[in-house]
Design a protein around this ligand. Structure first.
Ligand SMILES: [Zn+2]
Length: 87
């Protein structure tokens, strides 16, 4: 019986959900993040305000979420990212 650890260095654990905090009313909602798309607009379920990314951020999760979007997570982890929204 060989005791080999399977090292999956290419796989980076990516959070698939992010807690979005509304800057208007402070409501927090856990939202799923698509791994292959960016969410530019997010309607707060608390007060109904339409959130948009801050300048320099690619999506509302990067601006208001507890976790940035998956492509940014991978990029920060040093992995090769298929940037969904880099211009
Ligand atoms: Zn709100």
């Amino acid at each position: 019986m060989t005791d080999r650890d399977q090292q999956t260095m290419s796989e980076i654990a990516v959070e698939a959900t992010s807690e979005v905090t509304c800057p208007e009313c402070g409501a927090k909602h856990i939202e799923p993040m698509p791994s292959d798309a960016c969410i530019y607009f997010y309607e707060c379920k608390g007060c109904g305000v339409m959130l948009r990314p801050k300048p320099g951020d690619c999506c509302v999760f990067c601006s208001y979420g507890s976790v940035p979007c998956p492509p940014i997570q991978i990029e920060r982890a040093g992995g090769a990212s298929e940037s969904c929204c880099k211009s």
